[in-house]
Design a binder for this molecule. Sequence first.
Ligand SMILES: NC(=O)c1ccc[n+]([C@@H]2O[C@H](COP(=O)([O-])OP(=O)(O)OC[C@H]3O[C@@H](n4cnc5c(N)ncnc54)[C@H](OP(=O)(O)O)[C@@H]3O)[C@@H](O)[C@H]2O)c1
Length: 293
Amino acid sequence: MNILQEKNILVTGATSGIGFRAALDLAGKGANVIGAGRDAARCESARQRILSHYPRAKIIYLVADLSEQNQVIFLAENVQNLIQKNSTACLDILINNAGLVSEKKRFTEDGIELTFAVNHLAPFLLTHRLLPVLTLSPDARIITVSSNSHYNTWFNPKRASNPVLYNLLWAYKVSKLSNVLFTAEFNRRNPDLNIHAYAVDPGLVNTDIGLKSNGILAKWIWSLRQKGGTDAEVPVRTILHLTSESHENLNGYLYWKDSQPKQPSRAAINTELAKRLWEESCRLCKIVDYFAK
Ligand SMILES: NC(=O)c1ccc[n+]([C@@H]2O[C@H](COP(=O)([O-])OP(=O)(O)OC[C@H]3O[C@@H](n4cnc5c(N)ncnc54)[C@H](OP(=O)(O)O)[C@@H]3O)[C@@H](O)[C@H]2O)c1
């Protein structure tokens, strides 16, 4: 039996690149897929492209700009409403994939540096808000798309929302290290044994991520670099592996590349850094008790 059939899966950033490919492949395997994107027209175009591949795909898109915490909360509410209309009434898999790079230092409406807000705080808050439906699944997974950029990085969580010296690459590295720290700390703190979190390293992938940056230099560098990247199908294989294998077969490993466990950086498994990031993220998202029922 296809294990993904009838699973309810949310993929953020499902309008392009890795997220689109994940939504396509998961829908093709019979899962109930909810894609999230920041632009209604791009969401509809992605939905149509999936239906043109798989006319019977169970695919819905919801619109939310994840740079705004209100919209993250609104997305979670919409996902819960959608799922509760369905008799299975749970979310089995959350794929935190949406991400960006920003050449210029920008702040969100919540006053938080944009890269940190979208790449780290949005998954942190979205996961928290979706816990009521994730806990109803007998085997829930939270898969967060990180990057090998997280290596050779260290930061002060108290400064991440407003770094003194801003640099595109460093802000991105901090956000991707935060993805692994979040995943590890989630597993340490999570009282529900039916929910497991994993982080994925996609490798270099030929997507348009750098072309969407707000600066000419990043666009130019990425236009050269992206050509060496793989097709999005490659990291999506790892995502599919993490959605389909039993938790026992995944052996409790945290960080995955090419469907194999990989050692994350020393900073990524530093429990003190993870604790400090967790506490600061709760403060920035106004969360009093992350796992409160
Ligand atoms: N490409 C690589 O080599 C690579 C390597 C390591 C890690 N990653 C990670 O992989 C993930 C996916 O990136 P990608 O390469 O597939 O890039 P991509 O094609 O640009 O996809 C990024 C997705 O995130 C969405 N997004 C961006 N900002 C958003 C916001 N404020 N609110 C809601 N959605 C937003 C984008 O929406 P639009 O379609 O509207 O732009 C798009 O759907 C990211 O987390 C990235 O850090 C990528």
